[in-house]
Design a protein around this ligand. Structure first.
Ligand code: DAH
Length: 339
């Protein structure tokens, strides 16, 4: 019986040494220590032994059980360590590999300049307002002193939805909405999309952007208009930039002016960009017409105001020397990456 036990010891040791994975270890455990295993079989035969032999063989059997259990644990630990090492080796990071550069996104040039313009005006105490793109004829024309038979309507080819509803042709529509909503003093800009039934070419697009400005308070004069716009142009184009006002006509302002900025390229001497003029037209402006103040619920005897409207695309084209408006809407990355 002792020999049988010693054979179990050496067989188990050999089986475990050869075990290459967890299944083989488990198979060995079952074969030697399991209910139907070899050691159990030997112990069952102990009844036949003499009382003197029994404790001796019993002790040896316990010793062998402990030995086999110990070998199993050792093997398990060894296999686990191997698996861990293998996993680590497969996950190694090659620090000499060249990195992949993250491509940074950037703002669309229209948004970039819009943010600049907005921050210049909010810096002067203006708030930012918004109005609907689908607008009532009333806000876009009627309340802006432009009744149905007014010739100025011809210059803004309008997308009508019904005869009372249209796609706004100008952000001036937000002027009336702003006056309806709040009492003077009002100092606001209203950036947004506007629509005109124009065929797209280098200087026209059926969709473009304007930034409207409106100031209403007691004692506002043309001097306030000029000072505000001069401050704006210097902030946008640099301290040497100047403006000039040319008489013009808009139905919603009286007097009205077109405002030019000194050419940002030649500084006013005349060059290719300003076509030899030295000046570039950037916006329309004027003193808010009494009829418009009245339509906004404001008494023109008590208050006065100025307004202006500038084309965002034009501002960006001048600032960056872009010569075709369509580039802003084509989403060609080669163009957009330059800003
Ligand atoms: N709404 C005018 C346009 O689209 C621009 C404009 C001119 C706005 C004079 C104004 C203004 O507020 O006072 O051509």
């Amino acid at each position: 019986m002792k020999e049988q036990l010693e054979k179990i010891r050496s067989d188990a040791a050999a089986a475990l040494a050869a075990a290459a994975d967890a299944e083989a270890v488990e198979a060995a455990r079952v074969a030697f220590l399991g209910k139907k295993g070899q050691l159990t079989a030997v112990l069952r035969g102990m009844g036949a032994l003499s009382p003197e032999q029994r404790p001796v063989v019993g002790q040896l059997a316990n010793e062998i059980r402990a030995f086999v259990e110990g070998e199993i644990e050792k093997k398990k630990a060894e296999l686990a360590e191997k698996a861990r090492a293998k996993k680590l080796a497969s996950g190694v990071i090659d620090v000499t590999m060249p990195g992949r550069r993250n491509k940074a996104g950037r703002l669309h040039p229209l948004n970039k300049v819009l943010e600049e313009v907005t921050s210049i005006f909010t810096g002067m105490g203006f708030t930012v307002a918004e109005g609907p793109e689908v607008e009532l004829d009333y806000y876009n024309f009627e309340a802006l002193n432009t009744p149905a038979d007014h010739p100025a309507r011809d210059s803004q080819d309008t997308f009508y939805i019904t005869d009372k509803i249209l796609l706004r042709t100008q952000t001036s529509s937000v002027q009336i909405r702003a006056m309806e909503k709040s009492k003077p003093p009002i100092r606001m800009i209203a950036p947004g999309r506007v629509f005109r039934s124009d065929t797209a070419d280098a200087t026209h697009s059926p969709v473009f952007h304007q930034i409207e400005g409106l100031v209403v308070d007691k004692g506002i004069t043309m001097a306030n208009l000029k000072g505000t716009l001069e401050t704006f142009v210097k902030a946008l184009y640099g301290p040497d930039a100047r403006i000039r006002l040319r008489p013009h006509h808009f139905p919603f302002t009286e007097p009205s002016a077109e405002v030019d900025a000194s050419c940002f390229v030649c500084g006013g001497k005349g060059c290719g960009v300003c076509k030899g003029e030295g000046w570039i037209e950037i916006l329309g402006a004027g003193m808010v017409h009494p009829n418009v103040l009245r339509a906004g619920g404001i008494d023109p005897e008590e208050y006065s105001g100025f307004a202006f409207g500038l084309g965002l695309e034009r501002l960006v084209m001048i600032k960056y020397g872009v010569d075709d408006l369509r580039l802003f809407y084509e989403n060609d990355l080669r163009f957009l990456k330059q800003f």
